[in-house]
Design a protein around this ligand. Structure first.
Ligand SMILES: Cc1ncc(C[n+]2csc(CCOP(=O)(O)OP(=O)(O)O)c2C)c(N)n1
Ligand SMILES: CC(=O)[C@@H](O)[C@H](O)COP(=O)(O)O
Ligand SMILES: [Mg+2]
Length: 580
């Protein structure tokens, strides 16, 4: 307990340390983060890379009065530990524990909630503008990574910032990598940035303060002194190493971005892979499709590994394109591809696709272009929490004309839907969760699936349940486990749009109880679409919609969060039994 880290409950105490104590504090922080993350999985590499930077920032600036924002926020663990959350750090990303990202409701030091990249410069500029209007004089600092600063929002904010006289400090934390190796023309520019050479930042109208070693306290603190004396908006280029101080994490920065459970001593990653996942099926199938049809092009906005496209990219380097953290660009880039006799599969996590909503409408659906959207992490994602759950994609896509929305519940359907999508002449969205998948015999004989058709799984007489995606799987297992085949009529909807209206109308003639299950927010979702048909059919029975409430869902395990929303298997069973 006599370590330096145990003396710091607030940056005020940090600022009392001698400069010579800071390396020891950095060592303590590194060990503490490694010890914790080895048993409580989270984002490791980025946090290890900013330990010295974090200490120097809280040492030099008067936080929380001076405002500090961490872009993406996955690198905020040293920040959280130094700002009064050391003893809660072991609850990281767990239910009722601290979030894995900065969160305003969690601490006055978390001045802006992050999780999606490239928001920090816009937000800090907003804060600095407000302070100028309110006559408040303090420092405004945004820390943003080399991949995140190339995103559209960041460039929009830099352009605006350059037109102001605000004393904002943008710290570019350049470790030359995103989750995967960063891409784009600016990467080389950043890596060639040295002190007195012209930089792109001056073109934006910003002061460029030069390049410093982000692991050297003297260089950092000296640079902050210069920043304080430099009027107007400025950029400091800080070079860091992702995973700094833990050899395995430095050597394999992609894997150690978020390694899961690991043995700190041996560096062995001990997380056990569960059964086959939707992501496994997606990666396998995309490989087949790219192999079968040389017009197919897979696009990912900086999530090659997360979207399971590494093998595809190795084999088809010209047709698996990482556009960087640029979801809006990814969608309209796909739209352009679709106009010229190629078949784009635009692969974006549900939560990140939110950033490209207008592009889906204006550039794809309005022109009825055949872009295939592979929407991964649809539904609850677990410990990443509210900023990363795929809540809204059913709702936000359901209201767009021309678009097909598919939601497969098993391996065979998933493969055949991905296969079928290449032949359709309109926008085609396929959503799938971060879950294990119901495997099916598949002889690699792909076949076209009938779009819009629902499938009857069981023919029970008492209650009709209409489900989609992973809820069909869950409920099918429940019916089998509890021998409810006679009571429950389960209908699987591999397509949410167009909806199989005919089967719904037939159900209204036979069942007094109809229910829907979907892994998405109920506002404007699958259940709402079914309700519209029931109303048109003048259905008099009882109808119950099951899905996410009109709220934001926090972090925890997927099972815990579904139990909280009464969408876990026990709750579904109770629901069914209440009608028997
Ligand atoms: C809008 C958005 N797209 C994608 C992601 C997924 N993501 C999280 S961290 C990351 C890479 C960030 O790289 P960089 O900005 O260089 O920061 P570093 O991890 O190197 O500190 C990505 C793509 C995200 N959080 N937000
Ligand atoms: C910080 C960030 O946004 C990504 O690292 C995200 O957490 C990836 O999610 P998966 O772990 O589900 O790929
Ligand atoms: Mg980086």
């Amino acid at each position: 307990m006599n370590k330096v880290i145990h003396k710091i409950n607030h940056p005020k105490e940090l600022r009392k340390l001698n400069l010579a104590d800071l390396p020891d504090l950095a060592e303590d922080l590194r060990e503490y983060i490694l010890d914790t993350l080895s048993v409580k999985p989270g984002h490791l590499g980025a946090s290890l890379g900013v330990i010295e930077l974090t200490i120097a920032l809280h040492y030099h600036f008067d936080t929380p009065n001076d405002l500090l924002i961490w872009d993406v926020g996955h690198q905020c663990y040293p920040h959280k530990i130094l700002t009064g959350r050391r003893d809660r750090f072991e609850s990281l990303r767990q239910k009722n524990g601290i979030s894995g990202f900065p969160a305003r409701e969690e601490s006055e030091f978390d001045v802006f909630g992050t999780g999606h990249s490239s928001t920090s410069i816009s937000a800090i500029l907003g804060m600095a503008t407000a302070d100028q209007i309110n006559g408040i004089n303090r420092k405004h600092i945004a820390v943003i990574g080399d991949a995140s600063i190339t995103s559209g929002m960041s460039l929009e904010a830099l352009n605006h910032l350059g037109s102001t006289d605000l004393d904002v400090i943008v710290i570019l934390n350049n470790n030359s990598i995103g989750i995967d190796p960063s891409v784009g023309g600016l990467k080389n520019h950043f890596n060639q940035l040295i002190d007195n050479e012209h930089s792109i930042f001056e073109d934006f109208g910003l002061n460029f303060l030069g390049t410093v070693d982000g692991h050297d306290f003297d260089s950092l603190l000296n640079a902050f002194e210069i920043a304080n004396k430099t009027k107007g908006p400025k950029v400091l280029h800080v070079k860091t190493i992702k995973g700094k101080g833990y050899e395995k994490a430095e050597l394999d920065q992609v894997k150690w971005h978020a390694p899961g459970l690991f043995d700190k001593k041996t560096g062995e990653i001990t997380s056990v892979k569960k059964s086959k996942s939707y992501q496994d099926v997606f990666g396998e199938t995309m490989f087949d499709l790219l192999n079968q049809n040389d017009k197919i092009i897979a696009i990912t906005p900086a999530m090659v590994t997360g979207s399971n496209l590494v093998k595809c990219q190795e084999h088809f380097p010209k047709r698996v394109i990482d556009v960087g953290i640029a979801e809006q660009h990814a969608v309209t880039f796909a739209a352009g591809l679709a106009t010229q006799n190629t078949v784009p599969y635009c692969t974006i996590y549900s939560t990140f696709l939110q950033r490209a909503y207008d592009q889906v409408i204006h550039d794809v659906a309005l022109q009825n272009l055949p872009v295939v959207f592979c929407i991964d992490r649809a539904g609850i994602v677990g410990s990443d929490g509210a900023t990363h759950h795929g809540y809204f994609d059913i709702s936000y896509l359901n209201s767009i004309p021309n678009i097909i929305i598919a939601s497969p519940s098993n391996e065979k359907d998933f493969k055949n839907i991905l296969y079928t999508a290449q032949f359709t002449e309109q926008p085609f969205a396929i959503r799938f969760p971060k879950e294990s998948i119901e495997t099916s015999e598949f002889t690699n004989e792909y076949e076209k699936i009938k779009i819009g058709k629902a499938n009857k799984i069981t023919e029970g007489n008492t209650i009709a349940i209409l489900a989609t995606g992973q809820f069909t799987t869950k409920i099918k297992e429940l019916i089998q486990q509890h021998n409810l085949e006679e009571q429950v009529c389960l209908i699987d909807f591999p397509f949410i749009k167009p909806l199989d209206e005919q089967i719904i109308k037939i159900l209204t003639l036979k069942y007094n109880v109809i229910a829907t299950y979907e892994d998405g927010i109920l506002n404007g979702g699958f259940g709402d679409a079914v309700l519209k048909i029931l109303n048109q059919s003048n259905y008099k029975g009882s109808f119950k919609m099951n899905g996410y409430p009109d709220d934001f869902i926090t972090h925890g395990t997927i099972e815990e969060l579904y139990a909280e929303m009464e969408l876990d298997k026990n709750s579904v069973l109770k629901f069914i039994q209440s009608y028997l």
